[in-house]
Ligand binder design. Structure first.
Ligand code: ADP
Ligand code: GN1
Ligand code: MG
Length: 358
């Protein structure tokens, strides 16, 4: 069956009113397969997002969806009465069965969200206002969930941000090295293994129980936040697949990693990658404006280190996938994961060089 016919068949499993006009792929994410559709309902266009959940990464998609339903319901109550309340969190469209997903002929899980219109998304920051707005958006999101009992959430990927486990996975990948790629990454491996202890500081603190366990998004890169076209402010934090118990510092870390970098995650010219202190200051200000009331002193003190830690965990994960033959992240060319790892390492080097200045 042609892809378009396959997609039409999947969409027919959801009670979407109107006539399907168009369906297009969105290739921004590294994990799921995302499509945007346009339906004509009473003469008006209405858009939806349809995603096939990556079942290798998420072996229990039903648990992923249960987390998403619980968290979005909680946020929906918090934003009731605010301007744009409908667009401030994801809205799941249940399938005809009433379940929050439908299975295709291959047993793959699909879900549908209403599309959040009137928004912009970015792969990185290009001015301090956006950095501030991102920080404020993530801080607000955490604040909205600060009274949600994180033990109600399924841990959909155990030890997701456990740096010691990630190092172990890197060592295992090195031992197997199916494509004999070790020789290409000696310098990168040397840096990571030499710095393992300091790059594991945040993860070690959390797993030793020294930081509070809270609802954590675990994937707060900038393109998982939608910004209002009208106000420029963050409207919704999306991509809630990895929402699990964790530390807020995993989330500050990923926003710092993606908002304070001067180049894309997969920029081939690493000379373009630097850590921007200006963006960091604006981002932190926005974040604390929204989150200061519930954070402990230890959490506030960990913000700076969290950026370095999460950047390092990405470097380790991208290199591991490169060694394993690119089985986890979507890639567009054979060296893609290596390029991603190199930008992360360059970002750490730039943070290290400027560490006393911010
Ligand atoms: P992945 O897990 O693969 O990263 P995402 O859930 O982040 O998938 O979706 C990929 C992209 O699709 C997002 O970065 C965003 O631009 C767009 N998107 C996803 N869901 C919506 C939505 N409900 N409204 C508007 N845009 C969306
Ligand atoms: C993946 O799904 P996406 O593209 O938003 C990954 C994150 C990484 C990110 C790196 C479930 O996020 O952990 O930080 O790529 N998601 C998962 O860009 O592994
Ligand atoms: Mg995403």
């Amino acid at each position: 069956m042609k892809t378009e016919d396959k997609l039409r068949k999947i969409l027919s499993l959801f009670p979407i009113p109107g006539e399907l006009k168009e369906i297009k792929a969105n290739n921004q994410g590294h994990i799921n397969s995302t499509f945007i559709s346009i339906f004509i309902e009473n003469g008006k266009e209405k858009r939806y997002t349809h995603q096939m959940i990556n079942s290798t990464v998420f072996p229990h998609p039903d648990q992923v969806m249960s987390n998403i339903l619980n968290v979005t319901e909680h946020i929906r109550k918090k934003v009731k009465g605010l301007e744009d309340e409908e667009r401030r969190t994801l809205r799941v469209v249940p399938a005809d069965t009433g379940l929050p997903f439908a299975l295709d002929d291959d047993g793959m899980y699909w879900r549908t969200y209403t599309f959040i219109d009137g928004v912009r998304s970015f792969d990185r920051v290009s001015n301090e206002d956006t950095a501030y707005n991102l920080g404020q958006g993530i801080g607000t999101f955490q604040c909205q969930l600060s009274d949600f009992d994180s033990s109600r959430l399924y841990t959909v990927i155990p030890h997701f941000h456990d740096m010691r486990l990630r190092f172990q996975q890197l060592r295992e990948a090195l031992a197997n090295d199916p494509l004999k790629r070790e020789g290409n990454i000696r310098k990168e491996l040397e840096f990571l293994f030499e710095n393992e202890k300091r790059l594991s500081l945040i993860s070690d603190s959390y797993y030793k129980g020294l930081l509070p366990s809270r609802v954590t998004h675990n994937d707060t890169k900038i393109n998982n936040v939608l910004f209002s076209e009208k106000t420029g402010k963050a409207l919704a934090v999306i991509d809630l697949d990895t929402i699990m118990p964790g530390t807020v510092l995993f989330d500050t870390g990923d926003m710092i990693r993606t908002a304070c970098s001067t180049a894309d995650e997969d920029e081939r010219n690493t000379d373009l990658m630097e850590f921007s202190i200006h963006y960091y200051k604006a981002l932190k200000e926005g974040y604390l404006d929204a989150a200061h009331s519930f954070l402990t002193d230890d959490e506030k003190d960990g913000i700076k280190e969290s950026g370095r830690s999460i950047t390092a965990i990405m470097a380790v994960r991208f290199l591991t996938d490169y060694l394993n033959g690119d089985i986890y992240y979507k890639i567009s060319y054979p060296e893609h994961n290596l390029v991603r790892a190199k930008t992360q390492l360059k970002l750490i080097e730039s943070m290290d060089r400027q560490w006393q200045d911010f």
